[in-house]
Ligand binder design. Structure first.
Ligand code: DSN
Length: 444
């Protein structure tokens, strides 16, 4: 199906720069078309609204700003400052907090900035393990290890796919961490923050919650409210259930001495120089749209996740946490070990234009052979799908995974089905195309 670079086809011919550039244009267009023809189920992705995409394509992208509005190291930031102040004000309003930094350029960059602000090398931090759904930046092999912070994983309850409260209370008391970090990339249910609060206060650690996956659900008040549950710092990426640009942000309402200035320094000069001004504008538009459409979008996203889980379960597939209603977020997880594991299943689905990812499950002993797959409903909801459409998707998945259907046949069914869902919803300019981008006619 893929037609790679020109020199793959003609190994003896050295392509000109023009031919290489043209092949990149061609491949990019193929990618756009492929996603237009596919069912996107990666739980960490989304499509931006037309107005946010317009901002992303603006001259802001070509400019530099360092520091804070009114205190820049560059000229040319008059409108940049205006946009950034509006973006921060909107974020404060949406999340109900007094401090926001919208300059981190991704979720992991947000996390690096927070680590610089609240932890020193050799400090102890409690986290969710990777195999239990923790994020790579929370782990020794990621940003946390880079900062030299030692991690201790919360005991995890595999049945409820959540932190084990009694075990976590014991761990926090024993380790006495400098920082207790919460939040997951496989995030089915709210973290039991209320149940841990007294222990955290007893130990006196700083509390940090990585909300990347559920930021849009939190904005809509449909998940949990970490800033009201004793969390000092919330970080996140802004392109998952909050359907904005690939960017990051940090929130705080704790008012603890020096925390806000440490976070500011962590972001700049800590881990950013320029902070991608086009993304700040796109984020501001996304936050405005979230104020207006966020609740309806979050409600449908969660309904769709539950419906997809139920439809897969009804067809006999092993969706985790049936006894808890499968999920309270956009995410659901399946154990597909009986179908040769997550990698094989995700690849088979990809052949049929159903895009999902393999995922470790808590009981996996081999970290490079995950037995699960993770599915997210946020993007299919964004392009207008409802509960009935989840049943269609479940049937297509079931055909590929459990019935061994020919992926070429299913791919054609997916392409037909997807023709009804190519436009963006829950935004201004609703109904504009989600997967078509401006382009020049003709070859280079
Ligand atoms: N690794 C991303 C995810 O898929 O959850 C988050 O950064």
């Amino acid at each position: 199906m893929h037609n790679f670079l020109i020199y793959d086809c003609f190994p003896d011919i050295v392509p000109s720069p023009r031919e290489i550039a043209q092949s990149i244009r061609t491949i990019t267009r193929k990618h756009n078309q492929w996603f237009k023809d596919s069912i996107p189920l990666i739980a960490s992705e989304n499509v931006m609204s037309p107005a946010a995409r317009e901002a992303m394509n603006s001259d802001l992208h070509n400019r530099y700003a360092e520091g804070l509005p009114g205190k820049r190291y560059y000229q040319g930031n008059i409108f940049v400052d205006e946009i950034e102040v509006i973006c921060e004000d909107l974020a404060k309003e949406v999340f109900g907090c007094r401090f926001v930094d919208v300059r981190p350029t991704s979720g992991t960059v947000s996390n690096l900035a927070v680590l610089m602000a609240i932890a020193k090398p050799r400090d102890k931090m409690t986290t969710v393990a990777l195999s239990d759904g923790g994020h790579i930046s929370h782990a020794k092999i990621g940003a946390t290890g880079l900062r030299g912070v030692k991690t201790f994983n919360y005991p995890f309850d595999e049945k409820s796919m959540n932190i084990d409260v009694a075990g976590a209370r014991k761990l926090i008391r024993e380790v006495k961490p400098r920082v207790a970090l919460f939040g997951q990339s496989v995030y089915l249910f709210p973290t039991p923050l209320d149940e841990l609060r007294d222990v955290i206060e007893e130990v006196g650690c700083t509390t940090w919650y990585d909300a990347a996956h559920v930021l849009g659900l939190i904005a809509a008040k449909r998940f949990q409210d970490p800033l009201r549950q004793g969390i000092d710092v919330v970080s996140g990426s802004t392109h998952k259930t909050l359907p904005g640009p690939q960017h990051g942000m940090i929130l705080s309402d704790s008012g603890k001495d020096g925390l806000e200035s440490s976070l500011r320094r962590g972001v700049f000069p800590g881990v950013t120089s320029n902070h991608h001004l086009q993304s700040v504008a796109a984020l501001a538009i996304t936050l405005a749209e979230t104020k207006e459409f966020g609740e309806a979008y979050a409600d449908q996203t969660i309904r769709n996740a539950k419906a997809l889980a139920q439809s897969l379960h009804t067809r006999g597939m092993d969706v985790l946490c049936e006894h808890l209603g499968f999920t309270e977020s956009h995410t659901l997880v399946l154990d597909v070990e009986e179908f040769q594991g997550g990698a094989k299943v995700a690849k088979a689905l990809e052949k049929a234009n159903i895009i999902a990812n393999k995922n470790l499950l808590p009981w996996d002993s081999n970290p490079v052979r995950p037995s699960g797959i993770r599915l997210g409903s946020q993007e299919v909801t964004r392009i207008g799908m409802k509960e009935g459409d989840m049943d269609v998707i479940a049937e297509l998945i079931h055909q590929v995974v459990a019935k061994g259907a020919d992926p070429d046949v299913i791919r054609n069914e997916v392409i037909e089905f997807k023709k009804g869902f190519t436009k963006v919803h829950y935004c201004y300019f609703e109904g504009e195309e989600a997967y078509d981008y401006p382009s020049f006619d003709g070859d280079l």
